[in-house]
Design a protein around this ligand. Structure first.
Ligand code: ADP
Length: 626
């Protein structure tokens, strides 16, 4: 993950969290305030409905009194004179615009039953109906009290089967109760009136929670809707007994959601039933959705703003860092001339300036090292030239000396005094020409003029030659030279003379650095590399003084010696007798020229415990030699 993302991501997550929580909280607040408003509206509508009922009752009472006090009506009722009752009451009903008027005498006989039609005209029941059986009528007749309080109820009108709100008061004749006047207003008229004043839909319920009328669903709600709106008898009874409006219930009418509040339908001391007011919920839902959308939009914009700010902040912080990274990558790639060029005054600026200074120093140092390297290379070339010249210069007189000494030796065969001297000079000359030859080998390796004439041969044969060369020395130093599995090795493709030199120097070193009585082992095997290449590995292992890790690479450099100079000896095989320091450099030059590798492994230098050294040679095995 890039640093830029790491900086911006927490911002983003934080803003997202704030946005989600914010939207949620604000929407909830809006929703709850809207719900509260709705509840208040419902309660208000409920109050208005109660007031409306009270007004309706006053209207009923006023009209009923006008009827009751019509002169002669009480007497006509008491006398059971239907014609007189009709003549007296009908015009009053028409004048007061009464929807339903019923007059019953004290015996419970229906004297007049008028019902207003939709067009305002009245129909009169020819026969007595069940109107006299209404609770309001029976209640007053039973009381038989001219001062009895008015009675009200909701009930079905026997003439049209519709629900009415009835109010009944006693009619007096001669100071005594003569009958009952019952006034009714159809719920089909009453409910739309209540709706228009309360600004909410209204539902009326009677016993058992049956709903009998509602403004929901238009002029004719239908029985299905009424059945749907019905409540359980238990809740009907519970609501009837309370004095308050019960809110918090939602119902769906014709795919529209309404919030309902129910309360007892009280008129005076009578509880006629239960009513409900209903307000549509869609404006709450809509307002909630609108506010949610608005806040989602606001928070989204805020989030984009925060992300942009975060991006710019990240840019300010990360811009210099990116330049620093680019500069460091270029420097790591070797371009030391690169600088960050950042001059900010903050911590990154300090880091960049320090980094630039470091690079400056590094460049200067590298430059110095390059100069030193060039002069060293020059010195090395001079040394190589000197070796070449010295070797060539020494070779000619040496050849002469050895030739003359040979002649001197031959001519002094019988001279006992001269012969050992001549032999001594001849041995010295031989050793000297070996050193000169080594110098020539080194110079050829340095100048890459080593001549290689490859042919196939077995390593075992070569080792036999080396063995016989050092047989005398091995014997005098009581050393064993063992070979292991060399005869099983496939023949190698190399220059046998050059490789003879390699093993000559390795075995000679092993003899020199192994104490008397030690063992030198030369073993070989075929190794299969991970890339399936086959190589021959030859190891020259001794039980000598060993080599410290820090020198294991350097001993392959020409003239590099570990032994002290005072132990230097012209003997090739004396224990710890240091030579000119050319053997390993020649061995490495020859192995490398054959495409191989040479290295040493040793547990370290220890002249008490003799950890020994193992010199490894690996040569690629050519297919034709396999
Ligand atoms: P030298 O003529 O001194 O033997 P070389 O190049 O052959 O020169 O060896 C370099 C140095 O490596 C030696 O001086 C010696 O200290 C160390 N060395 C070489 N071979 C061995 C060995 N088998 N055991 C311990 N030290 C060795």
């Amino acid at each position: 993950m890039s640093l830029r993302v790491k900086v911006i991501l927490p911002y983003l997550l934080l803003t997202l969290a704030v946005a989600i929580i914010g939207t949620y909280v604000v929407t909830r607040l809006v929703a709850s305030s809207l719900t509260e408003r709705l509840t208040n509206q419902l309660l208000e509508a409920g109050r208005v409905v109660s007031d409306g009922m009270a007004r309706q009752e006053i209207g009923h009472l006023e009209a009923a009194r006008v009827v009751a006090y019509t002169s002669g009506l009480g007497d006509a009722l008491a006398a059971g004179d239907v014609a007189a009752v009709t003549t007296l009451a009908e015009p009053v009903a028409a004048g007061l615009d009464i929807e339903s008027l019923t007059l019953v005498n004290l015996q419970g006989q229906e004297m007049l039953n008028l019902l207003q039609q939709a067009d305002g005209s009245y129909v009169r029941a020819d026969q007595p109906t069940s109107m006299a059986a209404l609770w309001v009528v029976q209640n007053l007749i039973e009381q038989n009290d001219v001062n009895a309080l008015p009675a009200r109820s909701l009930g079905q009108h026997p003439l049209n089967g519709r629900y009415y709100y009835f109010t009944a008061i006693p009619v007096e004749a001669g100071g005594r109760m003569a009958g009952v006047v019952v006034l009714g207003t159809s719920l089909d008229t009453l409910l739309p009136y209540l709706k228009s004043t309360a600004l909410a839909d209204v539902v009326f319920f009677v016993e058992d929670g049956r709903s009998i009328a509602t403004t929901l669903g238009g002029a004719d709600p239908g029985d299905d809707l009424l059945a749907q709106l019905a409540i359980s008898p238990e809740s009907y009874d519970a609501i009837l007994r309370t004095n308050d409006l019960v809110t918090g219930e939602n119902t769906k009418v014709f795919s529209r959601w309404y919030s309902l509040a129910r309360g007892p339908l009280k008129v005076g001391s009578d509880r006629l039933g239960v009513f409900a007011v209903a307000l549509p919920l869609n404006f709450v839902l809509q307002a909630g959705a609108d506010s949610r959308n608005m806040y989602v939009l606001i928070f989204s914009l805020a989030m984009i703003g925060v992300v942009l700010i975060g991006y710019f902040i990240a840019q300010i912080i990360i811009g210099p860092l990116s330049r620093l990274v680019r500069a460091s990558q270029a420097i790591a790639g070797g371009d030391l001339s690169q600088r960050t060029g950042i001059r900010n005054r903050d911590e990154i600026g300090v880091l960049a300036v320090t980094f630039d200074e470091m690079t400056e120093n590094l460049e200067a140092r590298t430059h110095e090292l390059q100069k030193a390297y060039h002069s060293l290379a020059q010195m090395d070339r001079t040394k190589s030239t000197f070796i070449t010249l010295a070797a060539h210069e020494l070779r000619t007189p040496l050849t002469l000396i050895s030739g003359y000494t040979q002649m001197l030796k031959e001519s002094s065969e019988k001279d006992e005094e001269l012969l050992p001297l001549a032999v001594g000079v001849l041995d010295g000359t031989k050793r000297m020409s070996e050193v000169v030859n080594s110098m020539l080998d080194v110079s050829r390796i340095d100048n890459q003029t080593l001549e290689i004439v490859p042919e196939q041969f077995g390593v075992a044969m070569l080792l036999e030659r080396v063995h016989s060369n050092f047989a005398q020395a091995l014997k005098s130093r009581n050393l064993s030279l063992l070979t292991e599995e060399l005869y099983d090795l496939p023949p190698i493709q190399a220059d046998p003379e050059q490789f003879y030199k390699v093993f000559y120097h390795l075995v000679m070193n092993a003899i020199k650095y192994t104490p008397d009585g030690g063992t030198i082992t030369v073993s070989g095997r075929v190794v299969i590399e991970p890339d399936d290449r086959r190589e021959v590995e030859i190891v020259v292992r001794d039980t000598g003084i060993g080599i410290d890790a820090e020198h294991q690479e350097l001993i392959f450099e020409k003239f590099y010696q570990l032994g002290e100079v005072q132990f230097h000896t012209s003997s090739k095989t004396k224990f710890k007798g240091g030579g000119p320091g050319l053997g390993l450099s020649i061995a490495r030059g020859i192995v490398l020229a054959h495409g191989g590798r040479i290295w040493v492994e040793s547990a370290g230098h220890d002249e008490q415990n003799y950890p020994g050294s193992s010199f490894y040679i690996r040569l690629p095995l050519k297919e034709e030699s396999a």
